[in-house]
Write a protein that binds this ligand. Sequence first.
Ligand SMILES: [Zn+2]
Length: 245
Amino acid sequence: MNFKKAIAYVMINSVLKIWKRVLMKSEKKRCIMCGNEILKSYSARFCDFVKERMFKNKECDTELVYCPDCGLYYSSRRPNDNESEGYYKNYMEEEYISHRCKIEPTFNKFRQDYVTSGDAEKEFLSRIHNMKSMFKKYIDFDKIKSVLDYGGARGNYILKEFKNAQKFLYDVDVLEPTNDDTVKVSYEELGNHKFDFIQCCHVLEHVAYPMEIIKKLISLMKAGSYLFVEVPYENDLVLPPPSGN
Ligand SMILES: [Zn+2]
């Protein structure tokens, strides 16, 4: 490539980048959760592990978006199905962990410390305790005849207090339920049921368009059904305050 061609190449690329940004800005953006149009955006980039595993190291422009209406923070660049699958393939299995450790060397130590310190067990028991305390304010456990844990891995967060209920688990993962009284169902089989109680814990933050999941869950309910949704709270993650850049 001679000098003139190189200059032309750089100029065309710069114009394309500026045009892409103009297009991104002019798009009518709505909050992916509540649909609010008045949003705040902050400069952001994907961390190296996400960039490599989800986007195969492609350059991906993104922003951190904050919705003042519902309080959600999210990345403006939503992954497509292939990108999500790339990221979650073998999630937390040996291949995933060794890949992440290669890029984030402190990851495994953090994870091992968490497991060996007993914090994982403490967290499990504390969450079960909190769920029990909350549910019993609103629910008569004895009247619940069917329970679904949507995305519940092994279904071990289904409370034993639901003693009259048939218990179902749906998860994209291949893990089998911890408890013998829990039946794992496929996505197609979900449609054969209407559940009295559905729980969906720490799932929505892993999907590109959480409202699609909420709509699906509502389709599996009937009048008087209960839905419990649990997601991370931003103060736990020490995200930046909604001001500045
Ligand atoms: Zn919102």
